[in-house]
Design a protein around this ligand. Structure first.
Ligand SMILES: Cc1cc2nc3c(=O)[nH]c(=O)nc-3n(C[C@H](O)[C@H](O)[C@H](O)COP(=O)(O)OP(=O)(O)OC[C@H]3O[C@@H](n4cnc5c(N)ncnc54)[C@H](O)[C@@H]3O)c2cc1C
Ligand code: SF4
Length: 347
């Protein structure tokens, strides 16, 4: 009898992989380290997703329900994989909860970690309560509390969103673009203006990367319909005059220094490699690429192959990815596992 497929991580990529496998009658086991499925959009309480505008709890919650109702899918939460030995078609995994399981192959869907803004101390996070991250604003919106200054609960009258916090920043060893934060920020700016029509929202940027079709729906719409102001700038620091937060830097279009007061400053944080990646690489005997994400072998062959045969990867474990792309990669990795299993049988 063929063995199940081990799926590590129950976020969008892992849920898509498990769903694909179950659809063709293939058993799989999702091993998720947190206490529930859904991945970062659920665990971090995201609000409405781009580009669909659906609430994360509905969109990703629907994916969780679909998998939870599949009898071909076994779900193990609060667990990680501590060892993974064997050869393609014939692996054994030990889990941190003491269980062990046989697996035909593994798909690593272990995702990313949010950039920790304390690593950019000159931009005020951790020093001033009203300097927050996009994740915190997502939570304010999804909880129904609305966008408020954490220091005293007041409605902000002026909000600055700083892009590329923890991305495209060689000084702190993060030169990659996190792909989604320009679009997420433009969407968030519109949500703030919708909830608080008197609030002025400014986005400080190096370049705007609302790629593909997002240009019309987010970049232009936020300016033309929602009057969000975009300022091309290099930010030096965020301080406080005791009453307001002060954003200081240089407007790089007019080449003039800027010093502007705000009630709230939002860091559009980037997508770091999962902090677990060194351990995952050791356990599964796979390579990481130079930034610390899981290295993907040539995708013109098997989609999502890693440096170890029988171990596949999908989603933001491979680098910054959107939810749509993570889902597509999850489905593709499932397909790659199925075709590699077929190849093994006919060998
Ligand atoms: C602020 C912000 C807002 C965003 N908003 C959007 C948006 O609106 N639309 C969009 O397309 N994208 C958005 N993204 C990107 C989105 O979060 C990712 O595309 C998506 O979460 C990737 O899915 P994933 O399954 O690859 O990883 P994740 O969602 O990170 O899921 C990985 C799962 O693996 C688990 N895991 C981790 N390590 C282990 C381990 N060692 N063992 C077992 N389990 C493990 C985790 O607990 C988690 O459940 C946003 C990102 C940020 C930072
Ligand atoms: S998507 Fe935009 S905010 Fe995010 S890293 Fe790239 S350029 Fe910066």
């Amino acid at each position: 009898m063929s063995k199940p497929v081990l799926v590590v991580g129950g976020g969008p990529a892992g849920l898509a992989a498990a769903h694909s496998l179950a659809t063709v009658g293939k058993e799989c086991v999702i091993v998720e380290k947190e206490d529930r499925l859904g991945g970062t959009p659920i665990l971090s309480g995201y609000a409405k997703l781009v580009p669909t505008g659906e609430w994360a709890k509905d969109a990703i919650g629907g994916m969780v329900d679909r998998v939870a109702n599949e009898d071909k899918v076994k779900i193990v939460t609060n667990a990680t994989v501590t060892s993974f030995d064997g050869t393609p078609g014939n692996f054994t995994a030990q889990l941190s909860n003491g269980d062990s399981l046989d697996a035909e192959a593994a798909i690593l869907c272990s995702g990313f970690s949010h950039f920790d803004s304390v690593n950019k101390p000159e931009w005020g996070f951790g020093t001033y309560e009203d300097v927050v991250t996009t994740t915190q604003v997502e939570q304010m919106i999804s909880s129904g509390q609305g966008v408020r200054c954490p220091s005293d609960g007041r409605k902000p009258q002026r909000v600055a969103i700083l892009l590329c916090v923890g991305s495209r920043d060689r000084q702190i060893g993060r030169e990659w673009c996190s792909k989604i934060c320009c679009t997420v920020s433009a969407n968030m700016a519109m949500e703030i203006r919708e909830e608080l029509p008197d609030c002025h929202v400014y986005i400080y940027y190096m370049d705007i990367r609302t790629f593909g079709l997002y240009e019309t729906k987010y970049y232009w719409k936020s300016q033309e319909e929602f009057k969000v102001k975009y300022i091309k700038a290099r930010i030096a620091e965020v301080t406080s005059d005791g009453e307001k937060l002060i954003v200081k830097g240089e407007d790089t279009l007019v080449k003039r220094p800027i010093t502007i007061p705000f009630d709230m400053v939002v860091h559009a944080i980037g997508m770091d490699p999962n902090v677990d990646n060194p351990e995952i690489a050791e356990t599964f005997g796979i390579d990481l690429e130079t930034h610390g994400y899981i290295d993907v072998a040539n995708s013109y062959g098997a989609m999502g192959a890693t440096s170890r045969p029988g171990v596949f990867v999908a989603g933001s474990a491979t680098g910054p990815e959107t939810i749509d792309d993570s889902i597509a990669q999850g489905h593709a990795a499932a397909m790659a596992v199925l075709s590699s299993g077929k190849a093994l049988k006919s060998a």
